[in-house]
Design a protein around this ligand. Structure first.
Ligand code: OAD
Length: 229
């Protein structure tokens, strides 16, 4: 399974390419989620992520997240690779989750590989690492940055064994995640897509389930559980 922001849309979280609201209306995520933006204006980037974390605190897993956690219990050899950084899959009960783009609820030191120590009462924006004095940053992959080694290795291992690949709630625009379907299809795997809109993957997928993941995934789960053992 590969998921994108569309799976969290029904939890009230704007997708990556939805327009932003509030103070951030005039900003594009693509212009904020970059090392250059952080170097240029760390306070602005830090405040954007704080705003996203506050929105996340009001969000709960939706039926799509919950169905995926249930499918993991039903299906052997199941791996969930997510581009989402909201941690909602884990909160829904998914265990084997590969966070391909990191997680905004984690904070790290910008001076990698320093693990980063955050003084709880550090009011600076962004806070400063107590170990090395560098600024802290969200533990996410910014545009132009490499996918974390372990996440990439885990995804490659899963794709190598993959016979059914389901792309859910992603615009299939951002590589390397967007290249996964073609990679497994070339090895004979079946590719399905769950999305209310067409994407660049739609024309080559073997199966299209046009709809919202919060409705389609529970229906898929119900169908599977109704099958005779
Ligand atoms: P996008 O905002 O690009 O795409 C969201 C997709 O979800 C679209 O194809 C929508 O049609 C679909 N969608 C919306 N509501 C849905 C629903 N209820 N059920 C199912 N699908 C729905 O978000 P992503 O594809 O996740 O990377 O973006 C991929 C990456 O682009 C992000 O992880 C981010 C960005 O660059 C980084 O930040 C590194």
């Amino acid at each position: 399974m590969l998921t994108g922001a569309g799976v969290s849309a029904e939890s009230g979280l704007a997708t990556f390419r939805d327009s932003q609201d509030g103070l951030w209306t005039d900003y594009r995520p693509e212009d904020l989620a970059t090392p250059e933006a952080f170097a240029r204006d760390p306070k602005m980037v830090w405040r954007w992520y704080e705003w996203r974390r506050r929105k996340l605190r009001g969000a709960t897993p939706n039926p799509g997240h919950i169905a995926l956690a249930e499918l993991e219990r039903l299906l052997p050899g199941y791996t969930l690779i997510t581009q989402n950084v909201d941690g909602l899959h884990q909160r829904a009960g998914s265990r084997n989750v590969i966070e391909f783009h990191g997680n905004i609820t984690r904070t790290v030191c910008s001076n990698k590989p320093c693990p980063g120590q955050w003084q709880a009462d550090d009011e600076r924006e962004p806070p400063v690492c107590r170990d090395c004095g560098h600024q802290l940053r969200p533990d996410v992959v910014w545009f132009g940055e490499a996918i974390p080694f372990q996440a990439m290795q885990g995804a490659l291992d899963a794709l190598r064994e993959c016979d059914l690949f389901i792309s859910i709630g992603t615009s299939s625009l951002v590589y390397p995640a967007a290249g996964m379907a073609a990679e497994v299809a070339a090895r004979g795997a079946t590719v399905a897509e769950i999305n209310p809109e067409a994407t660049p993957l739609s024309s080559s997928a073997d199966l299209l389930l046009a709809g919202r993941s919060g409705e389609v995934l529970p229906a898929v789960l119900a169908t599977l559980t109704a099958l005779p053992d």
